[in-house]
Design a protein around this ligand. Structure first.
Ligand SMILES: Cc1ncc(C[n+]2csc(CCOP(=O)(O)OP(=O)(O)O)c2C)c(N)n1
Length: 678
């Protein structure tokens, strides 16, 4: 401990943050200046990781909530050798590895993408759950910590209620959240928008809460030491900080604590850029330099961390030798590979709702995939994740041997937790709710997509056939929204989401297979509430034929030279089968039917394949219980899509089918009308 060097290090971080924002002419200097002391003490004295092996599975994790404070992380990891000077000087520029808000980059210490306030620390809660899950199976030697960093904005975001409740309820003592409490936010000071007692709020959720002066290094040390020793509860360290700590005006007076320091280069505020750098011990000619004494000190920090990690790795290899079976299993979990699964062996009763078929698959997975956490937002008996739950038990405080997370009614929190579980690694997250409530999850789905995480979303009650519950519970426009993500590429150049709406039980088994095989993007399974007549196999077994869904779409009914090709996904495929029977028996028409489980995946197939399913020289008719746009891209200008263009109504599902025109008879008539015009 060297007071002078600690002060210099924190000041160096402040100066770097100020300089990065000034050069980029964009960013947030004031917050990082306040949080610098905490970061330096955390990273130089507490945070365990191996600088030569950044993706080491048993490293501590740092989950940033306040993504606008990315300079804080870049400056800190620059001192730790993960960035070069030019990276720091290129903050927020095209092609740089220091973007405006951090994106997942584990090799450099960036564990999560953050920016939308509130989600970052909730991902930390997810990572803490994953760590506890693994610890319960492999032993307490696996005692790494998950640190979170949150600001006033994140504390105010509604999601912090879900994260706080769940972390407290589960007793996540491995989660340590630092709250940079500077009482300033973007447009106002906090007292203009809130009068809550944040400490009491977190205490009420079962947290250990401590308030400190977070510019006082000894207080930071004590808080972190106590938090690390906590055995029962997550810890919230409320660190009082000063926005723009260290800023100086042109006349040499201090210029700290001002709202305008939050979000613009300090040269454009009452502070003076050069005077501030000078006050922080930096040179205005070389503002991106690491001070020589700080550099020396950090070399020692890096060496010490390596030595500590090496010692821990020796302990781990001793454990592995003594526990070869467990070690093998642990390595397998961490590899991200799947065990051998044979979905063809899952038997479904006839005519199941696809949510019920999914329940059967989940029961199979509960017996064959040991590292899955399935979660439901208080709907497990409706979304049928209870098929999994029946074979395990829920996670609870002090007992993480189960594999089910009862998230309570908190869809967004649950989805963010799933992102955090995926980011941690070693555990596959599945989250479930009604499809209409995917609306409550959108911000997290978007981050699953950006971060390229293999989260599995299970959405049941997929259409107006929810029935009596009425328009609030009947999804209409949701499929169109989710399918938009299939059209949006991630930074690896792939469709950022895989949306699967299976047509019957066999396709549901295949959809689950596809979901598990899809490790690099999120997958959504869109499942029916009502029973569906199974599709008849054409030649072989129904499951084998349904495997063609892996190409995104295929023909479930095939004749030579059809008069019309009918197109749908999900339960509308069986409606088309019923309509086709009428068209063939009573109207003497020849009909093909295509089941397109994922438009995005289908569009990526070869032209020849696509044309073998949806020919461009035949009349095309699409049926969807959602907006017509769901199928317009498949049917094209010459075809016709029958869908809904209004919200649902409260009535029994069969009545709605009739009123909305989704009976076999009415669909047949629609097809005939259409054929008259082509
Ligand atoms: C969900 C969400 N809403 C709004 C914003 C825009 N935004 C960025 S920072 C901020 C408030 C910043 O206040 P605080 O969290 O206290 O950070 P500090 O001022 O201490 O830097 C807002 C509203 C955001 N990033 N995320």
């Amino acid at each position: 401990m060297n007071k002078k060097i600690d002060q210099q290090s924190a000041d160096n971080i402040r100066a770097l943050a100020v300089a990065m924002v000034e050069k980029a002419k964009s960013g947030h200097p004031g917050g990082p200046m306040g949080g610098a002391d905490f970061m330096h003490i955390l990273y130089s004295e507490f945070f365990n990781y191996d600088p030569s092996d950044m993706s080491w599975a048993f490293r501590d994790r740092f989950f940033m909530d306040a993504g606008h404070l990315s300079t804080l992380m870049y400056a800190q990891y620059y001192l730790l050798g993960n960035y070069k000077k030019e990276d720091i000087a290129n903050f927020r520029q095209w092609g740089s590895i220091t973007p405006g808000h951090p994106e997942v980059d584990v090799a450099r210490g960036i564990e999560n993408t953050s920016g939308p306030l509130g989600q970052g620390h909730t991902m930390g809660v997810g990572a803490a759950i994953a760590a506890k899950f693994l610890q319960a199976r492999f032993g307490d030697w696996m005692n790494h910590k998950i640190y979170g960093f949150i600001s006033d904005g994140g504390i105010q975001e509604e999601i912090s209620q879900g994260a706080g409740r769940i972390a407290g309820h589960l007793g996540l003592n491995n989660f340590i959240l630092f709250f940079d409490s500077n009482d300033i936010q973007l447009s106002t000071s906090t007292d203009e928008v809130t009068s809550e007692d944040t400490a009491m709020k977190y205490k009420a959720w079962g947290w250990n809460v401590v308030a400190i002066d977070a510019h006082n290094h000894d207080e930071i040390r004590k808080a972190l030491t106590d938090a690390n020793n906590e055995t029962e509860k997550p810890t919230l360290i409320i660190g009082k900080t000063i926005m723009g700590k260290g800023c100086v005006a042109a006349d040499g007076s201090m210029y700290e604590g001002h709202c305008e320091l939050h979000g613009k280069p300090i040269g454009g505020t009452g502070a003076d850029y050069n005077k501030t750098l000078e006050n922080l011990g930096a040179s205005s000619e070389n503002p991106f330099d690491i001070y020589s004494e700080v550099s020396e000190s950090y070399q020692k920090v890096i060496a010490h961390k390596k030595t500590k990690a090496e010692a821990k790795k020796v302990d781990i290899s001793i454990w592995k030798e003594a526990n070869p079976e467990k070690a093998k299993k642990l390595d397998f979990f961490l590899s991200g590979n799947l065990p051998n699964l044979d979905f063809s062996t899952i038997e479904h009763k006839a005519g199941l709702a696809t949510r019920a078929a999914s329940s059967g698959v989940l029961g199979y997975l509960a017996e064959h995939v040991e590292n899955m956490i399935v979660s439901s937002a208080d709907l497990s008996n409706s979304d049928k994740t209870d098929g999994f739950l029946k074979k395990t038990h829920a996670l609870k405080k002090g007992d993480f041997t189960g594999s089910f997370l009862q998230a309570g009614v908190a869809e967004l929190t649950m989805a963010c937790i799933a992102n955090g579980i995926a980011l941690h690694g070693g555990v596959i997250p599945v989250v479930a709710t009604f499809f209409v409530f995917s609306d409550y999850m959108k911000p997290a789905i978007r981050l699953s997509a950006i971060q390229e995480l293999g989260v599995k979303y299970v959405w049941t009650h997929d259409a107006f056939r929810v029935g009596e519950d009425g328009p609030t519970h009947q999804p209409i426009e949701q499929e169109a929204q989710i399918r938009l993500l299939e059209k949006l590429k991630n930074h690896s150049g792939n469709p950022s989401f895989l949306a699967l709406r299976p047509a019957d039980s066999a396709e549901t088994s295949v959809a689950w297979k596809m979901a598990l095989d899809n490790k690099n993007t999120p997958t959504g399974l869109i499942l029916s509430r009502q029973g569906i007549k199974d599709i008849e196999p054409i030649a072989s077994s129904r499951y084998n034929e349904a495997l063609e869904a892996e190409k995104g779409g295929y023909l479930v009914k095939k004749v030579d030279n059809p008069d019309v090709v009918l197109i749908a996904n999900g339960s509308e495929v069986s409606t088309l089968v019923a309509a086709a029977e009428l068209l063939e028996s009573e109207n003497n028409l020849k009909v093909n039917i295509a089941s397109i489980i994922s438009e995005g995946l289908f569009k990526n197939q070869s032209k020849t394949y696509k044309e073998s399913v949806i020919p461009n020289n035949k009349p095309l008719f699409g049926l969807t219980a959602g907006l017509p746009v769901n199928l317009e891209g498949l049917v094209g200008d010459k075809g016709k899509v029958f869908g809904l263009d209004h919200f649902g109504y409260s009535a029994p599902a069969s009545v709605l089918d009739d009123k909305f025109g989704f009976t076999a008879e009415k669909v047949r008539n629609q097809v005939l009308e259409y054929l008259k015009k082509v």
